[in-house]
Design a binder for this molecule. Structure first.
Ligand SMILES: [Zn+2]
Length: 73
């Protein structure tokens, strides 16, 4: 993959940067938890073609987000 091309690619859903996984030939958006396949060197930037990543593939969202106390009666 061309590094300049990679730098141009963003997730079509969140417009976030994608992480290129060379082994899996995937472009991953950790925000959406989707992995876009690269077929014959061409990234397929279609959400319907993307693979949903497993929970352990995603980055742990340990940014101090607490569930909050919404315990109403
Ligand atoms: Zn995304």
């Amino acid at each position: 993959m061309d590094k300049e091309l990679l730098a141009m690619l963003v997730c079509p859903l969140c417009n976030g940067k994608l992480k290129y996984d060379r082994d899996a030939q995937e472009l991953r958006c950790h925000y959406d938890g989707l992995a876009y396949p690269i077929q014959e060197g061409i990234p397929v930037m279609l959400p319907e073609e993307a693979r949903t990543m497993d929970a352990d593939e995603k980055l742990p969202s340990s940014s101090g987000r607490s569930p909050g106390h919404s315990g109403g009666a």
